[in-house]
Design a protein around this ligand. Structure first.
Ligand code: CA
Length: 393
């Protein structure tokens, strides 16, 4: 995944470095034995793994921790440029026939297929430059996330043995491949040979590319007759404690609570469950999100990524920019700020999990609990004001 590396493969936080116990050479021999026991042909392994060595740069990228968190606004300005919206519109027109065919079979609307495509590889322009087998072997041999990457490496070898792609295949430093940056187990489970040539080609076959994304989404619970959610207007005095993915209510309940479309209009009268999320805190835009938003989180668990997919899909079909305005002060918190805040929350009796400088569900819950007790708007959103208050009280 292009924007937030590591988002698909899991957080890099809380790294504990343990020494590598087995040298790479003998380790690789043992891995080959396991691959053979799983049915990969010996000849394939000899060719595919010849000359494969650990790649120091891959370990460096795996250990990298961003200094700052990304705010919603910063994230969206990187993910959704005018150029990307324009290109998305052009792609939607250019590939209409194929997208309609894929959509009819899998039940995923074309605008979403194009939005994922734009975010993952800039419509196929960037699919990664690392040798996938070398990158995966590096991370599988390394102790930190050995189990996960060993499974990925074995899946990649199986895919190569089955003739899906060459052992010289390139991808991200973490082994994500093709136009939708599928990790090998996702490739194995969901890639789809839509052009019927016997190969699942996520680099050059647009039928395979679109169908694979649609198949993955469809099997993760996508609802083809619904959208992802929308920006909404909250009423004065809204109880921010109702925000967050843990609270789901029927749209009619949200309507009764006074939530409206951004133009003031009523919410659709459809019987679906929705949650209110505030990805930039209570002063930023509010979104009502539906089941498809949760399915986007299966693809990539970043809340901001899921907003970006939904919003880009809307923009591609003519939707306008967000109504909420970016605040003058959109300073991101540093990792050190977040760590400090986590320690302070714990001192106030709210368990924010391991103080790792990463804002996850547990940290958001702890912030909310603190805000409630301090009679602040309980949006679960951290900022410098909150940290100052934690320090003071
Ligand atoms: Ca194919």
């Amino acid at each position: 995944m292009l924007l937030v590396a590591g988002a698909i493969t899991g957080q890099t936080a809380g790294a504990v470095e343990t020494p590598v116990e087995i040298p790479f050479g003998p380790w690789l021999q043992e891995l080959k034995a396991e691959a053979i026991s799983r049915g990969v042909r010996k000849a394939t392994l000899e060719t595919a793994l010849a000359g494969v060595q650990p790649i120091p740069r891959v370990l460096e990228l795996d250990r990298r921790q961003p200094e700052f968190t990304l705010t919603l606004w910063r994230y969206l300005s990187r993910a959704i440029s005018d150029a990307r919206i324009a290109k998305g519109r052009a792609m939607l027109v250019k590939h209409k026939k194929l997208l309609d065919k894929v959509s009819a079979k899998f039940g995923v609307q074309p605008r979403f297929l194009v939005a994922f495509w734009g975010l993952e590889s800039n419509f196929g322009q960037y699919t990664g430059t690392f040798p996938v087998l070398g990158a995966l072997a590096t991370l599988a041999h390394d102790q930190r996330r050995a189990k996960f990457f060993r499974a990925q490496l074995l899946a990649a070898l199986t895919l190569i043995d089955q003739g899906n792609f060459s052992h010289r295949v390139k991808g991200s430093w973490a082994g994500a491949m093709g136009n939708h940056q599928f990790i090998p187990t996702t490739y194995q489970g969901y890639a789809y040979d839509f052009d019927g040539d016997g190969k699942r080609d996520l680099w050059t076959s647009l039928p395979d590319i679109f169908a694979s994304a649609a198949n993955y989404l469809s099997r993760s619970g996508w609802q083809g007759d619904k959208t992802w959610g929308r920006e909404v207007r909250l009423p004065q005095g809204f109880d921010f404690n109702l925000s967050g993915l843990n609270t789901q209510k029927p749209l009619s309940d949200w309507q009764s609570l006074g939530i409206r479309r951004t133009d003031g209009g009523n919410l659709p009268s459809v019987d679906i469950a929705a949650s209110v999320i505030l990805p930039a805190g209570y002063t930023g835009p509010a979104f009502l999100i539906y089941k498809n938003y949760r399915t986007i989180l299966v693809w990539n668990r970043s809340l901001l990524y899921a907003i970006a997919v939904g919003h880009l899909a809307d923009r591609i079909v003519g939707g306008g920019p967000l109504q909420a305005k970016k605040p003058a002060n959109d300073e991101p918190l540093s990792r050190a700020d977040v760590k400090n805040m986590q320690l302070l929350l714990a001192r106030h009796g709210h368990d924010a999990g391991t103080p790792d400088g990463v804002i996850g569900p547990k940290t958001r819950q702890a912030i909310k609990a603190y805000q409630k007790r301090a009679k602040l708007p309980a949006d679960g959103y951290p900022n410098l004001g909150l940290i100052e208050r934690l320090q003071g009280g």
